[in-house]
Design a protein around this ligand. Structure first.
Ligand code: NDP
Ligand code: 8X3
Length: 249
């Protein structure tokens, strides 16, 4: 079995790669940071004795997506599981103060990048009449919170796209699922806020989710019997009741 995980250089993608490697999947891992990708690839091969292909590209660049994924050899092209994980939040500002460059980065990565990768991977899945696409959405795709505006918009789009893909691909026997986590302690807040102290403060006084918790859920979703599909799974820390309601000690 082969799984392709976008954004495996950190956080949820990295934890999921380890989990799937443990289950014996051969892995295609992607990300922009080549040094991390190459190091992680070696680690996976030696720790889990699996085949790993590291593809270094930006999901926002459709030419690069087509070149890398469209150019897969026979050995790698039959992807069984696609984990659309690469994504980010940039900034946390009211709409009138938001940076256009942040908006474009979020929309181009979380929505358009996910679409580019899905289009090309789903074509081979259709030919094989099998496959499982798992999209990483967010609680931000179910609710909107103050200053979350555009990030929430992109994750609402992922929610809609998951439903749309499921409808379009059902006739080919392809499963489509999504996972919508609340706060997960990864590099997410550092990327969003650009400051380690501010990022650490996001998780102050509570136990957040960890990337391994989401990897466990992914493992559960992709290991259901052939006739069972998990459409959607919302996972929150016990201390987080909704996007904006959190209990801190
Ligand atoms: P991290 O910042 O730890 O990881 C994000 C990953 O995405 C990195 O591997 C990064 O790799 C990759 N990535 C980002 N932009 C691009 C790009 N343009 N092209 C290719 N890869 C890219 O955050 P998380 O693990 O938390 O985030 C993973 C997903 O989970 C995201 O979609 C996020 O929105 C979602 N999520 C996160 C939650 C949280 O609280 N942490 C909660 C709910 C959902 P590189 O920089 O090397 O390209
Ligand atoms: C990440 C979770 O609540 O910061 O998607 O938007 S949140």
């Amino acid at each position: 079995m082969i799984a392709l995980i976008t954004g495996a250089t950190s956080g949820i993608g990295m934890a999921s790669a380890k989990k799937l490697a443990k289950q014996g999947y051969d892995l295609i891992i992607t990300g922009r940071r080549k040094d991390r990708l190459d190091k992680f690839s070696l680690e996976l091969k030696s720790d889990f004795n699996i085949e790993v292909l590291a593809l270094n590209f930006d999901v926002r660049n459709n030419d690069a997506v087509v070149e890398n994924i469209g150019g897969l050899t026979e050995e790698w092209k039959n992807i069984d599981v696609l984990l659309n994980n690469a994504g980010l939040a940039a900034g946390l500002s009211p709409i009138q103060d938001g940076l256009i460059s942040d908006w474009e980065q979020m929309i181009d990565t979380n929505v358009k990048g996910l679409l580019y990768v899905t289009k090309i991977v789903s074509q081979t899945m259709i030919t094989r009449k099998k496959g499982h696409i798992v999209n990483i959405g967010s609680i931000a795709g179910k609710e909107v919170y103050p200053n979350g505006n555009v990030y929430c918009g992109t994750k609402h789009a992922v929610d809609a796209l998951t439903k749309g893909m499921r409808i379009d691909l059902v006739k080919f026997g392809i499963k489509v699922s999504s996972i919508d986590p609340g706060m997960v302690d990864t590099e997410f807040s550092l990327v969003r806020l650009g400051d380690k102290e501010k990022a650490d403060a996001v998780y102050d006084g509570l136990t957040p989710l960890y990337a391994e918790d989401i990897a466990d859920a992914i493992d559960f979703i992709i290991s259901r019997p052939a006739h069972v599909n998990i459409n959607d799974m919302i996972i929150m820390p016990t201390a987080q009741a909704s996007a904006a309601v959190v209990k801190r000690e």
